[in-house]
Each structure stands twice: as C-alpha cells, then as structure tokens.
Design a protein around this ligand. Structure first.
Ligand code: ATP
Ligand code: MG
Length: 332
C-alpha cells in the first residue's frame, strides 16, 4: 500500500469545514488503500506563539476531530508531531539544503508575515515549509493529500527530495506526489469568498466543526452571495454561490451539475437552507464522538502514544539513511 502523510495545525479549538472537505474526507477515503500517517503538527503551531495550556488542549482536540471524522487508528497511524523528534532533526538537515531566496518566495510566508508585521514574524514562520518537507520526507511518503493552499509547500518538498537525491545519491529521499481532490480543494470564506476559509479568523466566515450546529446554520444562511438570482457554478463571477454549491456537492455526494439542475428557478435562500441542513447533519454525530474522546483523554492519549511508536520506528529508519548519506558519523 502506498504511503501517505497529511497533517493539520492545532491552531484553533475547532477545525473548519474547509479542513473537513479539503482534507479529512480524503483522509478517511484513503485509509484502506494506503498506508496512512495522519499527524497533528503542534511544532508548526508554535509559529503563532500560542498560550501553552491552550496549545496542549488544542492538540488533543484536533486529534479527537480526526477520530470523529472517521480516521480509524486500527488502520491509520495517528500521532502528534512533537512525539517524534526525528521531524525536527530532519528539518535541520533539509534547511541546510534550502535556498534563502527559495524560502522567501513562499506565498504563505509573505501573507502571514505581512499580517503579523516585523515584530510578530519569527524565523520559525519562515522555515515552516522546511519543517513541512521534513514531515513528508521522513516517512518516504509517496502521496500527500492537501488542499490547493499547500501546493507550493509540497512543490518545495519535492524540490528538496530531488536535490537530496542528486547531491547524496538516488534513493536518499522519496519524491512525494500531491493528491489534490478536484472538487472542494479550496473552500472559501463565507463572508469574503475571495479568501480561503481559515482557522485564523474566528469569525462568521468559517463554519467550525465543534460550533453549536444552530450557530453554524446561521452562519451559512448569512453567507455573502452574489448579484443576480441564478444558482449557477461560476467561481469567476459568482464566487459565493460557487462556494456554497461546492460544499453541498461534497457533503451530499451530488455532482455540481445535478445541483445546478435541481436549483433551476429557485432562489439563493433555498440553497442556503439545504446546505445548512447538510452541515447540521454532519456536525451533530461528529461532535458526539469528538466529545467522547475529549471527556476521556486517557483513551485519546493511548491512541496517540501507539501512533507515535509506529511513526518513530519508520522515521528513525529514514533518518539513519539520510544522516549516513550526508556524512554524519553514526553513534556507536
Ligand atoms: P491556519 O489558518 O492555522 O493555517 P488552516 O485552516 O489553513 O489553518 P491547516 O492546519 O494549515 O489549516 O491545514 C490543514 C489542512 O486543511 C491542509 O491539508 C489544508 O490544505 C487544508 N485546508 C485548509 N484550509 C482549507 C480550505 N479553505 N479549503 C480546503 N482545504 C483547506
Ligand atoms: Mg494553513
């Protein structure tokens, strides 16, 4: 079974519908046919300088949401990044192969550092994509399911793998391929369809998986739509409606073209009501399972410890190989 690796940052109490549609649904679908590693990347979350107690809580909450969305620890390896020290070590090795200019071109860094200003912009935020490359290359990952927003970072991971192979010999690193789902690769903000839905803005523009379902429904009904009345999938001129159609399509497994036909002659309100209902149907059972895990963190911690054991075993073997190729003397 081909190896896949994917991850999310514990940067909020709750994941959002973009994370669910763009990533989690794929993770669940891929876990039978693939050897899947799903990680909560707490080291990445340190780039936003979180409160320690909050980070600890959010790490467990993120893992609980993976489980509630259907990630099955009997089939997939579910773990926390900082439990496997090899991530950090490989990040250093790869950082020494990354051009400063190359890292400076990452658009996510440009966006996030512009938002935070010079004071809030850390070296960690800058080297984030190198740590992400380490996450992926550490497991000889063949495929990486990510949303469209992570395409550039994945491209860097591929470049680094190829560079390692040309400098230190074929087989030093496995070059990963992106696995980007066509529909729902990028869910937009409900209030500003020009922006991606993000954990960063705890506002009305996101639908959070652990939100009160009634509030989630309200946010959807308040979504910004476009001029005109026609329900048609046209992201260029009708980004708001296109976003709603994408979400409904994924949540109800209905092709967008079928939805367009079904909503012919109907109003935006109809679409919103139906989407709100689909979201409530998703959130209610998901929250029940997530809360069971959060009420008994001992069980959750056991799952994460078992996952870390397996991940460490795989990662240590890869790291030994890379260290050796790069000329580091093995510890006796
Ligand atoms: P942050 O604002 O903290 O970066 P985020 O919402 O971007 O939060 P990440 O933890 O960075 O979440 O990403 C987790 C996964 O969710 C990645 O695979 C990413 O591609 C995917 N993802 C994030 N936002 C969206 C979105 N709006 N639509 C589809 N997929 C998304
Ligand atoms: Mg992100």
């Amino acid at each position: 079974r081909p190896r896949i690796f994917s991850a999310m940052q514990p940067t909020n109490d709750s994941l959002h519908l973009g994370n669910y549609i763009g990533a989690l649904t794929q993770w669940v679908a891929l876990q039978d046919s693939h050897d899947a590693l799903y990680c909560v990347v707490d080291l990445h979350a340190l780039t936003v300088n979180p409160d320690p107690a909050r980070l600890r809580d959010r790490t467990r909450r993120t893992a609980a949401q993976y489980l509630a969305a259907g990630v099955d620890p009997a089939r997939s390896t579910l773990f926390v990044q900082s439990h496997v020290h090899e991530h950090s070590e490989l990040a250093w090795l790869l950082g020494c192969q990354t051009g400063f200019g190359e890292a400076s071109r990452m658009t996510q860094f440009k966006d996030k550092s512009a938002k935070r200003g010079a004071e809030g912009t850390t070296v960690g935020l800058f080297t984030y994509p190198v740590l992400m490359a380490a996450d992926i290359l550490l497991y000889d990952t063949a495929l990486v399911p990510v949303g469209e927003d992570q395409r550039q970072h994945l491209e860097l991971a591929r470049d680094l793998a190829e560079r390692m192979n040309s400098r230190f010999g074929d087989g030093t690193c496995v070059v990963p391929e992106p696995h980007i789902m066509a529909a729902g690769a990028r869910i937009q903000d409900l209030q500003d369809p020009a922006r991606k839905m993000s954990k960063e803005d705890g506002n009305k523009g996101a639908v959070f998986l652990l939100d009160d379902p009634k509030r989630a429904a309200k946010n959807i009904k308040a979504a910004v739509t476009d001029d005109g009345t026609e329900i048609r999938y046209d992201p260029a001129t009708k980004p708001g409606v296109a976003n709603l159609l994408t979400m409904l399509s994924v949540l109800t497994s209905t092709p967008v073209a079928d939805l367009e036909r079904a909503y012919e002659g109907k109003m935006y309100g109809h679409l919103k009501v139906d989407l709100a209902e689909a979201v409530v149907e998703l959130l209610t059972p998901l929250q029940r399972v997530a809360n069971e895990y959060l009420d008994d963190p001992a069980e959750l911690d056991r799952v994460l410890a078992a996952g870390a054991d397996r991940a460490r075993e795989l990662g240590a073997a890869t790291l030994d190989r890379i260290r050796d190729r790069m000329g580091l003397v093995p510890a006796a």
